[in-house]
Design a protein around this ligand. Structure first.
Ligand SMILES: *Cc1c(COP(=O)(O)O)cnc(C)c1O
Length: 425
């Protein structure tokens, strides 16, 4: 038994599937202490959109540390924070015509969701929040209350209140017009639905099985929110920062959410940082009303600003993501074709394969690890194989990872339709 097993809590998770000690990483590759190398289709669950140790972020970080600049400063003014705010405004908000105020809550995804929920309740004076089936918003009580997964919810140990769940795009398999129940329930004073402060949504359900909302569905959701004075919160913690092809995942739909949550890749380097963005008129906080020790950390500001400057000056990076996304989706489609009933899910470089056999994805991920690829599963039964390569991955590394995945999938789902696979390939 090693120190991880003897000392670290049973709560540990990823290390059980990837049982090796990792030592070094560069770009889309990560290396074990034993010298084995792995293509990384996991990307720190979305915290490493620009790969591991990108030199354009590493260099300014090391220079900052060696310069004697301030590392920790609560929410005091620093040059690093000024540069981050200026860059975020110039390169992200202004070109997209988004007039958001920026709040730095604690540094994790669930921190920025909690801040969003708290603000929505404070602004509207209403306690109830609606979330969606299979949503994931984090592990603290407020975020958990709008999360679907029953195993994670049961971990709370107390009733999760002031929230309820409504069907996400695709949940009803087209069996009812979009939002039929929500429209009727909001208009009917006998429906029993308390008017919510906000509706919180992921445009692609990263943890809940990679269902992607259609742009028209998101627009209808946004319209309903406007009509009823309900705030719309987009949780872009995982799908944001370029993951689906544009900086914000909702850009394609044209909606402008009232509140946006960003974390995972906003520092660009895997350092903890989170933002809650909201329309200017919603900024009703009193000074210090939502406080915390690690709200916006200078090291994360340095790498976050460097990432925006390096990748988001113009549209080139989006074109590059689109090319890799096409390659990924084509590769996944070929792999899905070889298994009965398997379908490709997701959007951009947040994509995967849904298998009808709920055990297939887990077995394929385990086999892929044995062959040198980090890839995880998603969904309530872990029935979806989930790929999330770095946005910076080369065509060659992506091809290499897809080839490993195809081999692993074939060894698990069998060779029944091999001839089809061969001809399509
Ligand atoms: C990961 C994630 C969170 C929670 O982020 P943590 O940093 O783990 O607290 C919230 N929402 C979404 C969509 C996520 O993917």
């Amino acid at each position: 038994m090693d120190i991880f097993e003897s000392l670290e809590s049973e709560v540990r998770c990823y290390c059980r599937n990837w049982d090796t000690v990792f030592e070094r990483a560069a770009g889309s590759m990560i290396y074990g202490e034993d010298g084995r190398e792995y293509v990384d289709f996991f990307s720190g669950a979305g915290a490493l959109n620009y790969g591991h140790n990108h030199p354009a972020l590493l260099r300014p970080l090391v220079e900052y540390l060696l310069s004697g600049a301030v590392v920790h400063s609560l929410d005091m003014k620093t040059a690093a924070k000024r540069r981050f705010l200026e860059t975020f405004h110039e390169l992200i908000l202004k070109p997209r015509d988004l007039d958001y105020k920026v709040m730095f809550p604690g540094p994790t995804g669930t921190n920025c969701v909690e801040a969003a929920l708290k603000l929505a309740r404070k602004v509207t004076g209403r306690p109830h929040i609606l979330g969606f089936t299979n949503a994931f918003h984090g592990m603290t009580l407020g975020s958990l209350a709008v999360t679907g997964n029953s195993m994670k919810r049961h971990g709370a140990g107390v009733p999760l209140s002031n929230a309820s769940s409504i069907p996400y795009d695709g949940f009803l398999d087209g069996g009812a017009p979009d939002f039929q129940w929500l429209r009727l329930a909001l208009d009917d004073r006998g429906s029993g639905l308390e008017k919510p402060a906000a509706i919180i949504v992921e445009t692609v359900q990263g943890e809940g099985g990679l269902r992607a909302a259609r742009a028209a569905w998101l627009r209808e959701l946004s319209d309903i929110c406007h009509q009823h004075g309900i705030l719309l919160i987009v949780d872009d913690v995982q799908a944001g920062c370029g993951r689906t092809g544009t900086f914000f995942s909702f850009e394609e739909s044209g909606i402008v959410p009232d509140i946006v949550c960003l974390s995972k890749s906003i520092s660009g380097f895997g350092l903890p940082l989170a933002l809650t963005l909201f329309k200017r008129e919603l900024d009703v906080w009193k000074p210090g009303e939502h406080n915390g020790t690690f709200r916006g950390h200078n090291l994360a500001f340095v790498t976050g600003a460097a990432a925006l400057e390096h990748f988001w000056q113009d549209r080139h990076f989006e074109a590059r993501i689109a090319a890799r996304a096409d390659q990924l989706q084509a590769g996944l489609a070929r792999i899905a074709d070889a298994a009965d009933g398997a379908t490709v899910r997701g959007r951009g470089l947040l994509a995967g394969i849904h298998y009808t056999d709920a055990n297939a994805a887990g077995k394929i991920a385990a086999e892929a690890f044995a062959r040198g690829l980090l890839v995880e599963t998603s969904g309530p039964e872990d029935e979806v194989l989930k790929t999330m390569p770095a946005l910076t991955i080369s065509a060659e590394d992506l091809g290499r990872g897809l080839a490993i995945l195809a081999g692993a999938a074939e060894s698990v789902t069998g060779t029944g339709r091999r001839t089809v696979l061969k001809t399509v390939a």
